[in-house]
Write a protein that binds this ligand. Structure first.
Ligand code: FE2
Ligand code: FE2
Length: 366
């Protein structure tokens, strides 16, 4: 039941107000002294409307309503007073402390309309505040949920990439190559001010850029010595094979595009698409330089490794044709760092678990 509080030093006024509003279904509390009313408000709000006389012995109505506003800001305040005191009340009205001035003697219907209006406004405002608070708390819950989901996607992506790198490693020494290319790409990407989200994608792509080699036959992948032209054709399919392999993994879509283009050259003579210049995003141009550097310095089954200074010279020589000159000059500028970055990128190999150990841990985890 909505509660109303009336303050007036005249008991008959309070009786009239009580009778009028109780008949309308309100709970009515009255006080002859403003101090008593303030004490009630101090104990807790809960009054929808507070009505006060103006001229009272201990405290005038404007002052009382001002204090009432501090104690119960949600309540709607009425000054119910003689018409000649209207001017004294104007200031309070202007300060926003009073919802309405009700002249005495009041018209019953007018007073009821004013109080009902205040009660409706009170409930509307309360509902609005409750809905807003609910909305805020739901939004907070949702954003926590989203953060957790994003974190899960990051973890799953990491796990998946690790699995792919491990699978690739099973086919040769590609994991070392991938991890080094990823570390080089990150350093070079930072040097070239690549934004963080693109750095993340570049790292993912670098780790799995050669994943398509999983589908290349051992006879080619592990061949020592030169590949025949036909074998080269087969080997050069790996960017496309990797791209196709990674289809339907939405959170690797961007990385997948870099997998496809990691052997594209600035002059359009790369493979498999023959893209050139601006058709290649900066990330692809960075990946291409890092990949080439690691391949040449790390060597391959079919090619001996070459000393880093010689490879840097080779990169500089091919800047503007195979490689983006800006990317190469950044790479050369950081020459002193590459060896350490490459070394730090390769984790110590995990201890080999015997089949007997595997069986024991398998059975223990049932
Ligand atoms: Fe590679
Ligand atoms: Fe490759």
């Amino acid at each position: 039941m909505d509660r109303l509080l009336f303050v007036d030093d005249e008991p008959f006024v309070l009786r009239a107000l009580k009778r009028t509003f109780e008949l309308e279904g309100f709970e009515v509390v009255t006080a002859q002294r403003p101090a008593d009313a303030l004490e009630l408000l101090q104990k807790g709000p809960g009054f929808v409307v507070i009505g006060s006389d103006y001229r009272m012995p201990e405290m005038n109505g404007a002052e009382f309503l001002q204090r009432a506003r501090e104690l119960a800001p949600q309540s709607y305040r009425l000054l119910i007073s003689a018409v000649e005191e209207f001017h004294a009340a104007v200031d309070s009205i202007n300060r926003g402390e009073i919802y309405r001035f009700v002249p005495k003697p009041w018209d019953r219907d007018d007073l009821l309309t004013i109080v009902r209006g205040a009660v409706d406004d009170y409930h509307l405002r309360r509902n609005y505040q409750e809905m807003t608070a609910l909305l805020h708390s739901k939004n907070a819950e949702l954003s926590t949920l989203n953060k957790n989901l994003e974190q899960k996607v990051v973890e799953r992506t990491h796990d998946l990439i690790e699995a792919l790198v491990t699978a690739l490693d099973g086919r040769g020494a590609e994991a070392v190559h991938s991890r080094k290319v990823a570390a080089f790409s990150m350093r070079l990407g930072r040097e070239l001010s690549l934004p963080d989200p693109e750095l993340t994608i570049l790292e993912q792509a670098a780790l799995i850029h050669d994943v398509g080699k999983i589908a290349i036959p051992d006879s080619i992948l592990r061949k020592t010595g030169n590949l025949t032209p036909d074998e080269w054709v087969e080997m050069k399919r790996h960017p496309e094979l990797g791209y196709r392999m990674l289809a339907n993994i939405p959170f690797l879509e961007q990385a997948r595009r870099l997998v496809l283009t990691h052997h594209e050259r600035l002059d359009g003579k790369g493979y498999p698409l023959g893209l050139a210049g601006d058709q290649l995003p900066l990330s692809a141009r960075i990946l291409h330089v890092c990949e080439a550097y690691e391949s040449m310095t790390g060597g391959r089954s079919f090619r001996a490794s070459r000393p880093p200074p010689e490879v840097r010279e080779e990169l500089a020589r091919c800047a503007g044709t195979q490689f983006d000159p800006a990317v190469v000059s950044a790479f050369v500028r950081l020459a002193a760092e590459w060896e350490e970055i490459g070394r730090a990128a390769v984790p110590a190999p995990p201890p080999e678990q015997s089949l007997a150990n595997l069986k024991a841990s398998f059975l223990a985890s049932r």
